[in-house]
Design a protein around this ligand. Structure first.
Ligand SMILES: [Zn+2]
Length: 247
């Protein structure tokens, strides 16, 4: 069994929370057999926690590995890490405010990445994705690759495109989401997928009136534990996981 790690000042088992995040993302259709979610180590900001290479729906506490920000495993113990773990460390390195990262191949986001059609929030629940979602194309700098972010160099380039935002699309591949907690990153990931789906539906009907920038700011300002915990409780139940109570 993996040793549980308690977050500072919060009686929360961060490994249990990370396992729950994996199960929720799978259950809500945001990840399939691929995609991953990590959390910055609560006591070592220069490290992060991420599962071994396994489908998110199957992940247990014993699968969680600790990494340095450049992707070196601390306690590998014969387990295989994800090839694309560099996404996580590169974002944590560039963004001290980010505490959790999701990388997914969320299906409805893909058409936006391959057409360059701008993704902007059109539903109040989706404001957390940010004013607009930048697009990263691995081909611009790295040419013909298998599209996998398999080096820190690629991770840094992607993190740069993410900038100060919460989300970025990856052409022909998927998306990354950066949150200030595991619950926040999962929340944004779920609503990024919904925003993409609704945008495609709205495009079939007519011209889209997106949220005004001031509305996006207003929704983001009020998206805190009240909202995140309400969604988390429901998603935990659906995924068959016990919710940890955080004040
Ligand atoms: Zn990927």
């Amino acid at each position: 069994m993996a040793k549980s790690v308690k977050a500072k000042n919060k009686k929360i088992d961060i490994i249990d929370e990370l396992v729950t995040a994996n199960r929720i993302l799978a259950n809500e259709g945001i990840v399939d057999s691929f995609g991953h979610v990590s959390v910055r180590h609560p006591e070592r900001p220069d490290r992060y926690l991420l599962s071994r290479a396994r489908a998110p729906e199957r992940i247990e506490a014993s699968d969680i590995i600790e990494f340095t920000l450049d992707g070196k495993p601390i306690n590998l113990k014969g387990r295989s890490p994800y090839t694309e773990r560099f996404i996580h460390g590169a974002i944590y390195e560039r963004r001290p405010d980010v505490m959790a990262v999701v990388h997914n191949h969320s299906p409805s986001t893909i058409p936006f990445g391959v057409t360059g059609k701008k993704m902007k929030p059109l539903l109040h629940m989706c404001a957390s994705i940010g004013h607009d979602v930048p697009l990263w194309d691995s081909h611009d700098k790295f040419g013909n690759t298998a599209l996998l972010v398999n080096s820190m160099e690629m991770g840094h380039d992607l993190a740069k495109r993410l900038g100060k935002g919460r989300t970025a699309l990856m052409r022909g591949h998927g998306a990354v989401v950066a949150g200030n907690s595991i619950r926040h990153a999962v929340f944004i990931s779920v609503y990024l997928e919904l925003n993409a789906k609704l945008t495609m539906q709205a495009m079939q009907i007519g011209k889209i009136k997106h949220l005004y920038p001031g509305e996006v700011d207003a929704v983001i300002a009020r998206t805190g534990p009240y909202t995140l915990n309400r969604a988390w409780e429901n998603w935990c139940r659906r995924a068959g996981r016990k919710m940890q109570v955080i004040d």
